[in-house]
Design a protein around this ligand. Structure first.
Ligand code: 6CS
Length: 312
């Protein structure tokens, strides 16, 4: 049988590397084949999600940045400064978290999805056309965010004018000045050449990019127990692989950006400069609870406990 798996990035980007490892494990241990569909081959992120829910695709990688519009609780990943930037702590967190591995699967199941894994893709940096040294510098800046309401609230609280857009429109909108800023992990700034259309890269430590891999639930439920176990094993092995693959990646890709564009300005904000971003976090957290009620609060509390456990 051939299984179709679509993701939001190119073949040689992080989601693509994960997908290739997943395919390798499945194909080495069964007669099944996996056909991979990188970004652009089947549409935008929202399109591949619809196809996975409809069962046209068996697997999909969609980050909570987009799933947040479907599953409001998934927006929890956009409460600023909730996630640490330490990649080892993050790796332990996603692997062992009760919120990620027990609570979220129930919410995804309600949308016809079997959540297989969530994994980190690195600290996000803001890239802009003008320097950002405090929230005040974001005033009047049309800042592109992924399409979920909490991320809009977050950039509003930072003082910017948030503009939700699908990924395919970001480069062109920066080029034509429809937007003047966006955020993404370092490897992606290099691979998609976003540095060509922005001049400042700013690290405020406010978030880590999270993504999620899932199967169509009816498809998964219909598999033999052996195949279900193989799918879970492939997801686990690909998880360990992608954590290892990303060690040192942000540093090496930042160097490549600086080589390609020596005039780019890279700034890591000081504690003092971060203050207004950190102050905004409490408001965004309150908005999250407003949007999601008890269910969101439960997930947020569990997630905090899981992060604490992963810190030790
Ligand atoms: O900003 C985005 O929309 C994209 N960023 C990453 C790192 N992966 C996929 C997503 O579509």
């Amino acid at each position: 049988e051939t299984w179709k798996y679509a993701f939001e990035e190119a073949m040689e980007e992080v989601q693509g590397k994960y997908a290739q490892k997943f395919k390798e494990v499945i194909e080495a241990n069964s007669d099944h084949e996996i056909q991979l569909f990188p970004f652009g081959t089947l549409g935008e992120s929202a399109d591949i999600m619809e196809q996975a829910q409809a069962g046209i695709l068996q697997f999909v990688d969609q980050s909570p940045g987009f799933t947040g519009s479907l599953i409001p609780e998934a927006q929890v990943f956009f409460v600023p400064y909730l996630l640490p930037t330490d990649q080892e702590q993050l790796a332990r967190f996603y692997k062992n978290s009760k919120a990620v591995n027990e609570m979220f699967p129930e919410l995804y199941a309600e949308q016809g999805l079997e959540l297989l894994t969530m994994f980190p893709e690195g600290e996000v940096a803001m890239t802009t056309k003008e320097p950002v040294e405090s929230c005040a510098d974001l005033e009047g800046v049309k800042f592109r965010v992924m399409t979920n309401p909490l991320l809009v609230e977050s950039y509003k609280a930072f003082g910017a004018t948030p503009t939700p857009l699908p990924w395919g429109e970001v480069y062109g909108s920066l080029q034509t000045n429809i937007i003047q800023g966006q955020e993404n992990p370092t490897f992606f700034l290099y691979s998609t050449k976003l540095y060509e259309v922005t001049d400042y890269i700013t690290y405020a430590g406010h978030n880590n990019f999270t993504t999620a891999v899932m199967a169509n639930k009816d498809f998964f439920d219909g598999l033999s127990e052996e195949d279900q176990q193989l799918v879970e094993r492939a997801a686990d092995e690909a998880y360990d692989y992608i954590v290892e693959y990303q060690k040192g990646l942000a540093d090496s890709e930042l160097k490549k950006i600086q080589e390609a564009k020596p005039e780019i300005t890279v700034t890591t904000l000081s504690e003092e400069q971060r203050k207004c971003f950190k102050d905004a976090a409490a408001d965004v957290e309150a908005k999250f609870i407003e949007m999601t009620g008890d269910s969101g609060k439960e997930i947020l509390d569990q997630l905090k406990a899981d992060l604490q456990a992963a810190a030790e």
